[in-house]
Write a protein that binds this ligand. Sequence first.
Ligand code: FES
Length: 144
Amino acid sequence: MERRAFLRNVATSVTGIFGGAVVAPFMTTATLHPETSSLGKAIGKTTTVKVGGSATFSAPMPSANMTKPVKGIIIQPTKGVFKAFASACPHQGCPVGYVKAQQSFMCPCHHSTFSSTGALTGGPAPTGLVPFQVQVVKGVLYVR
Ligand code: FES
């Protein structure tokens, strides 16, 4: 087999194995800065979330069981402890809010409630809130 035909066969085989749509993202991922990809998405400074308070952010990417980008909500229940969740209620997707006085999340649509750990505590939602991993590096919050 001549060299040009061999290379064409290899390229066809790789495209066949991975599919064209998968090869392109794989190549893009390889060019990302390793530190950025391992930490996740920087969403802001820790000082933007007061102790006992909350803030919302654009989620970095869908979780494995979500099909489109979502909004997130991050809280600091005690000093230096951050927890982040997808803000979409698992019942029908309404955005939940954090009630500081009760240290819990509440859904305004059908009144599901969730603890500060995201666990379901009441209402029609079938599960708790979907969590994000949070990392703090040099005062910056990263989620993934
Ligand atoms: S959408 Fe939240 S309880 Fe129905």
